[in-house]
Design a protein around this ligand. Structure first.
Ligand code: NAD
Length: 488
């Protein structure tokens, strides 16, 4: 917490205006490469949060009645503005960010209802796909542009208004996105942004005007939000943590596999929910470990904005301490520390939250480093004698976000994709994040809810169905007496 007034403050976005919070409680924002305070984010007051949700409620009526073509046009302009400003948003932050956006622009087909004429004499049924009301999103620190863009464009293009609470660690990106949305023509009140931590989350879970909550982040927060929001009668979709396994078969293309594995384990310092943090070397592929090690050693640790940096810092000193203690727990429980990234020194950034690439081999499923998500540049290596054994290991892990198999054998790939109980499966694709015409399909401990993010599923999450049955009889078909039976 910070009480100084020198660092720049993040505004709230309420009813189309960027406003300074009147709160007395602020959270410091740090540069993870130096730990210098670079800004402050407010914990919005109850009055400010109420003003934001009231603004969403007021805007809902006219926004939901706005023609779908007008809403589509706004998001087409928005997509263009994001593309034009992609450098300012920061290429690393926004990789792939415009994609769900693209899908929002296909809304005129996605919102189509269904029709069945003549279900009985003179009677037709048709359905409308309609918005829910005010929807809310709560987002994590990683992918501070992409994940908000999984949420409010999809919700809004369907006719909902939207309340966003970005991660308090990286709130700036969401504010830029809000400004661009305003410039693209979204009316005041259709998107409001509040900041904060637990109180803001509880406010979203409890406020009766909010009909649906989208959450992406850790299991601790996501399970809590799923339960509290659901108890209050809201729809909740909750994308959470992961332990993604890469199964390496001995017939795989060795060069590609090792390069893909190292990139997917250590890229973004392992702070991706789809990071490939666990390798299972099957049979003869065990002998590839020394070459894997060489590739990991060659990665350069540096501040993310420095040329040639492969592995940047972790988000906070607490995250660094947690990752280091999980590495130690692996050592204490009998794993082999092949590469130790603790105590890495980065010249000019001695106070940053850096952990270098780390590899623990001889890991077993009982170890704490295996059962917990590490969310750092740490690759665990397990071994298996057969594909069946590898599938068994993956399916017993509580998480089900992503996985990949590396093989040149089609039958092996098919067996794996059919037997593995994980939402997103890659075949020689290390990070199989689906493009936006599909949906992000984490499963088991990585997801709560029944309707996934973006794609068709995203549209279903943010809409409800109204079914209209109409009968238009000709004059001479007038009923002669009361019809007491159910019409069929
Ligand atoms: P986090 O859970 O700490 O924070 C996410 C949001 O929840 C923030 O807005 C935060 O203010 C709020 N929050 C944090 N703790 C809370 C609590 N105890 N109660 C209520 N609200 C709380 O997550 P993070 O550290 O910002 O992000 C990393 C996590 O997100 C990792 O577990 C990662 O796997 C996961 N993630 C998942 C996906 C996915 O699609 N499955 C994508 C990205 C990140």
């Amino acid at each position: 917490m910070c009480y100084s007034t020198s660092a720049p403050t993040t505004k709230l976005f309420i009813d189309g205006k960027f406003v300074e919070s009147k709160t007395s409680e602020w959270v410091d924002i740090h540069n993870p490469a130096t730990n210098e305070v670079i800004g402050r984010v407010p914990k919005a007051t109850q009055a400010e949060m109420l003003a934001a949700v009231d603004s969403c409620s007021r805007a809902y009526h006219s926004w939901s009645e706005t023609s779908i073509l007008t809403r589509q046009q706004i998001f087409l302009r928005y997509q263009q503005l994001i593309k034009e400003n992609i450098v300012m948003l920061g290429k690393d932050l926004v990789s792939g960010l415009h994609l769900p956006e693209t899908h929002a622009c296909g809304i005129t087909s996605l919102m189509l209802g269904e029709t069945l004429p003549s279900i009985t004499k003179d009677m037709d049924t048709h359905t409308y796909r309609l918005p829910l009301g005010v929807c809310a999103g709560i987002t994590p620190f990683n992918f501070p542009a992409m994940i908000p863009l999984w949420m409010f464009p999809m919700g809004m293009v369907c006719g909902n208004t939207y309340l966003l609470k970005p991660s308090e660690r990286v709130p700036g990106c969401a504010m830029l996105l809000a400004k661009m949305l305003q410039d693209a023509g979204a009316p005041d009140g259709t998107l409001n942004i509040i900041h904060g931590q637990h109180e803001a989350v509880n406010f979203i879970c409890d406020h009766p005007a909010i009909k649906a909550i989208s959450f992406v982040g850790s299991n601790q927060a996501g399970e809590y939000i799923y339960e509290r929001g659901s108890k209050n009668g809201k729809r909740v979709q909750s994308n959470m943590g992961a332990k993604n396994h890469g199964v390496v078969m001995p017939d795989a293309n060795k060069e590609n596999t090792l390069n893909q594995l190292v990139g997917a384990a250590f890229g973004a310092a392992g702070q991706r929910c789809m990071a490939l943090s666990t390798a299972i070397l099957v049979g003869e592929a065990r002998s590839w470990l020394p070459e894997l090690l060489e590739r990991a050693k060659a990665l350069r640790v540096n501040a993310g904005d420095q040329p040639g940096a492969d592995v940047g810092p972790l988000i906070t000193p607490q995250a660094k301490a947690r990752v280091e203690s999980l590495i130690q727990s692996g050592v204490d429980e009998g794993a082999t520390l092949l590469l130790d990234g603790r105590n890495v020194q980065v010249k000019g950034y001695e106070n940053g939250n850096f952990v270098g690439p780390t590899i623990l081999s001889k890991v077993t499923p009982q170890m704490k480093c295996y059962t917990e998500e590490i969310f750092g540049p740490v690759l665990l290596v397990l071994e298996a004698d057969s594909l069946d054994e590898a599938v068994g290991i993956v399916n017993k892990n509580p998480y089900g976000n992503g996985t990949a198999i590396f093989t040149t054998n089609g039958a092996t790939a098919r067996k794996y994709t059919h037997e593995v109980e994980v939402g997103q499966v890659g075949v020689n694709v290390p990070i199989p994040v689906p493009l936006p015409m599909f949906s992000f399909t984490g499963s088991r401990g990585s997801f709560r809810g029944d309707t996934n993010f973006y794609g068709k599923q995203g549209i279903y999450f943010y809409t409800q169905i109204k079914t209209v049955t109409s009968q238009w009889k000709a004059e001479d078909a007038t009923l002669k007496s009361p019809a007491v039976t159910m019409p069929t």
